[in-house]
Every structure is written in structure tokens, then in C-alpha cells.
Ligand binder design. Structure first.
Ligand code: CUA
Length: 168
């Protein structure tokens, strides 16, 4: 079989890029540990309160061990429900000390929302029927804005919260 010079070049180019992309995926998955965040855990979006983590009294920040925290959040158009404070006012800021390990658990009651803590590696899609989970170490002190980065309706731009990482 005779192959033209240009045909050979393009074959090598095509197969080469295929191999390169597979290598990149393999590197990301097995070396860097990139994986879908939901772990395929499902939840009834009509009744998120039935799940222990998303009962109204369990929403918000909880210290589970020394320097280890869990934050439970229910997203809905156009709000992040992070529980309420002692006065009954909705919490808008999550405060954790620098260097703490925080597990974010987020679900949604209605449509697809985003959950991005700008300036950190936390960036999840929140889908109805699923629990999005991501654990991270808050290495830097500062105020980080939580934004919804999936268009969810006319109030999309009003959907935000704050993560405050303070120096101990
Ligand atoms: Cu929620 Cu955009």
C-alpha cells in the first residue's frame, strides 16, 4: 500500500494528538485525582430535607474534628441556604480558620446551579437529584466570593455568598 507524504504526516498528527489527549486524561485522572464531584450520590430534589445533611438544622458550617469542617448548603433560585444564625437571620458568610480542611456538600431543590468559591479550587456544578461534594484545604486567608456560575434564571447574578478564611 502506498501512502502519500502528506497523508502520512496527517496520520501521524492525528494519531499523535489522540495519544497526547489520552495521556493528559490519564495524568489528570490517576495522577492529579480529578474526578466528577458528585460520587453519583442521589437525593430526592423535592424532599432534600429527608437527607440527614440537608435538614434545616444541619445546614451551614459544622466542625467535625480539630481543623476539619463540613458545610451543608442547599441551593435554589436564587439563594444559597447556609442555615440561620442564633437570631434566625440567614447566614451569608462561612468563616473558617486558615489551613482548615473543609468539605462542601451542596445540593439543589430546583434547577442546575453552580458553586464556585472564586480563588480556590472549589468549582462544582450542582444538579437537582445529586449531591455535589468537594473537600479542600483553605490554604490562604482572605474573603472568597461564592458565585453561581450556571445560568439559573433572572436572579442568577444575585446568587452569592462569602467564605471568610481568617488567620488564627
Ligand atoms: Cu444559581 Cu445561577
Amino acid at each position: 500500500m502506498h501512502l502519500h507524504k502528506y497523508e502520512k504526516i496527517w496520520l501521524v498528527f492525528g494519531l499523535g494528538s489522540l495519544a497526547l489527549f489520552l495521556l493528559i486524561i490519564g495524568f489528570a485522572a490517576f495522577w492529579k485525582g480529578t474526578h466528577p464531584q458528585s460520587h453519583i450520590e442521589t437525593i430526592d430534589p423535592q424532599n432534600v430535607e429527608a437527607h440527614e445533611s440537608f435538614k434545616p438544622e444541619n445546614l451551614g458550617l459544622r466542625e467535625v474534628a480539630d481543623g476539619k469542617y463540613i458545610v451543608n448548603i442547599v441551593a435554589s433560585a436564587f439563594n444559597y441556604d447556609i442555615g440561620s444564625d442564633d437570631a434566625g437571620k440567614p447566614v451569608k458568610t462561612i468563616r473558617v480558620p486558615k489551613g482548615s480542611t473543609v468539605l462542601f456538600q451542596v445540593t439543589t431543590k430546583d434547577v442546575v446551579h453552580g458553586f464556585q468559591v472564586a480563588g480556590t479550587n472549589v468549582n462544582m456544578m450542582v444538579e437537582p437529584g445529586h449531591i455535589s461534594r468537594l473537600e479542600t484545604v483553605m490554604k490562604n486567608a482572605g474573603e472568597f466570593t461564592v458565585v453561581c456560575n450556571e445560568y439559573c434564571g433572572i436572579g442568577h447574578h444575585q446568587m452569592f455568598a462569602t467564605v471568610e478564611v481568617y488567620d488564627e
